[in-house]
Design a protein around this ligand. Structure first.
Ligand code: FES
Ligand code: FES
Length: 231
């Protein structure tokens, strides 16, 4: 990590986070640079705002882009890479709605700066499915009626994915412990735990079936929040 990145203090981060609320509507949208040269420092950044060129892999795709030093990872993903499946609930590290995997570990993307993701690998809920084949966790969430309003669901999925990656056969208490940082306002915790246990034991169906057990492929709609979520 460069000296410049280390020098970004908590005070600077908090000041920047406040200022970005004012500047966000005026700042032009930054396009992801898939393989081209790193764009100029002012591309997408407000005038006079410190920015840094970073390189990261998101859902298997490499991005080289210029980020304002005050952007959070959640902002980068949602506002500049168009990955709106990651939700922002509290925006202060309390609810877990913004959870993504950073080098395989669940983190709150609202509480990590985008520059801290330099050289690292990010996985979001959009990266779980393979084409139209949902991840077994997503299928289990649907089959166990995990999503209610669905706002917490992408964060729940990513915490669960992080758990199953490091512990393929967790106990119920281990699932509860791993997902304790993900608040569900609909209080559907038991269903989420059941779904994770089902996915771990291979009980999730191998076809893309919804809770109603239709044989039709999953369409965006009633249960689409388990696959990616809207804006
Ligand atoms: S939005 Fe990040 S923890 Fe709530
Ligand atoms: S399903 Fe509504 S907040 Fe969890």
């Amino acid at each position: 990590m460069s000296k410049r990145k280390r020098d970004i203090s908590r005070r600077q981060f908090l000041e920047g986070s406040g200022a970005v609320l004012v500047a966000a509507t005026a700042a032009p949208k930054l396009s992801a640079q898939l393989s081209a040269a790193i764009p100029p420092a002012t591309d997408g950044a407000a005038a006079g705002v410190p920015s840094t060129a970073i390189r990261l892999v998101v859902n298997g795709t490499e991005h080289q882009l210029e980020v304002e030093d005050r952007w959070t990872l959640a902002e980068l993903l949602r506002d500049h890479l168009g990955l709106t499946g990651t939700k922002i609930g509290c925006d202060r590290g309390e609810c877990g709605a913004c959870t993504v995997l950073l080098d395989g570990k669940p983190v709150y993307s609202c509480s990590n700066l985008a520059v801290w993701a330099d050289g690292r690998e990010v996985r979001t809920v959009e990266g779980l499915a393979h084409g139209d084949q949902l991840d077994p966790l997503q299928r289990a969430f649907i089959e166990h009626d995990g999503p209610q309003c669905g706002f917490c669901t992408s964060g729940q999925l990513m915490s669960a994915k992080g758990l199953l990656t490091r512990n393929a056969h967790p106990t119920a208490n281990e699932v509860r412990a791993a997902m304790t940082g993900n608040i569900c306002r609909c209080s559907n915790y038991n269903r989420y735990v059941e779904a994770v246990l089902a996915a771990a034991t291979g009980d999730a169906k191998t076809s893309n079936r919804g809770a109603g057990h239709s044989t039709a492929p999953l369409k965006r709609g009633a249960k689409a929040s388990a696959s990616a979520g809207g804006a």
